[in-house]
Ligand binder design. Structure first.
Ligand SMILES: Nc1nc2c(ncn2[C@@H]2O[C@H](COP(=O)(O)OP(=O)(O)OP(=O)(O)O)[C@@H](O)[C@H]2O)c(=O)[nH]1
Length: 237
């Protein structure tokens, strides 16, 4: 994997039996103030869309919590999780919106498209109808999302290779017809390509946004933001 996509893992505290700070012999160290965590340099929103049951929640939860649920409940409306990653020496706070695949929630979920800087469109490689639905999802993107949003098409459930209906070439062909859309196959179950989905998308967003000025956007709750991708002064508390 490209080392730029490394996600820092939390170091185990006090490894080796008892931390130095707790030793009475190191009293001055025990009084040393802990540095507050460095604030995020950027905040950005990513939305996951696609038909019912393709694995949107599973992809999000694999990425944010490294968990997988064999029998998840269908998402009602929208859900979200936060994860902070480091890329290109920047700390980026990702807000990931997981949307319901059922059409009856479209009026709710469409409100979240506008503020997304990245859109992950998912289908299930074992279910033809989820691939056939892609043009319908593209219409939603065209109607509600920002034109600047980075797009990534994901064929999920790669672990079910024996039940595959949609070939990799079909996925590639679909994405190649849409300007700027990237493509990959993944498995939330096997944790294959899941980090890469988000890190590649964030890397593309950063390339686009660090140089040119990002336009101001308003988030789904209606509050105004100074660009969905905000750069905060590194020294800010
Ligand atoms: N084998 C396999 N099953 C998966 C994978 N990802 C998700 N699933 C299963 O597919 C089912 C649906 O997953 P969800 O993550 O709830 O799908 P969703 O797209 O969020 O569904 P909605 O909320 O209804 O739109 C669950 O039973 C998951 O365990 C995967 O990579 N491989």
């Amino acid at each position: 994997m490209d080392p730029r996509y490394d996600i820092p893992t939390r170091r185990a505290a006090g490894v080796g039996g008892g931390s130095a700070n707790s030793s009475p012999a190191l009293g001055s160290q025990s009084r040393r103030r802990k540095m507050p965590p460095r604030p995020a340099d950027f905040k950005l929103q990513i939305i996951i869309i696609g038909s019912r049951g393709v694995g949107k929640t599973s992809i999000m939860e694999r990425f944010t919590d490294d968990t997988f649920c064999e029998a998840c409940k269908s998402t009602v409306g929208v859900d979200f999780k936060i994860k902070t990653v480091e890329l290109r020496g920047k700390k980026i706070r990702l807000q990931i919106w997981d949307t319901a695949g059922q059409e009856r929630f479209n009026s709710i979920t469409s409100a979240y498209y506008r503020s997304a800087k990245g859109i992950v469109l998912v289908y299930d490689i074992t279910k033809q109808e989820t691939f056939d639905d892609l043009p319908k999802w593209m219409k939603m993107i065209d109607k509600y999302a920002s034109e600047e949003a980075e797009l990534l098409l994901v064929g999920n459930k790669l672990d079910c290779e024996t039940d595959r209906i949609i070939s990799r070439q079909q996925g590639e062909r679909f994405s190649s017809r849409i300007s700027g859309m990237r493509f990959c196959e993944a498995s939330a179950k096997d944790n294959f390509n899941v980090d890469e989905i988000f890190l590649k998308l964030v890397d593309d967003i950063l390339s686009k946004c660090i140089n040119p000025v990002c336009s101001d956007t308003t988030d789904a709750s209606g509050s105004s933001q100074q660009g969905a991708l905000q750069q905060r002064p590194v020294s800010a508390a």
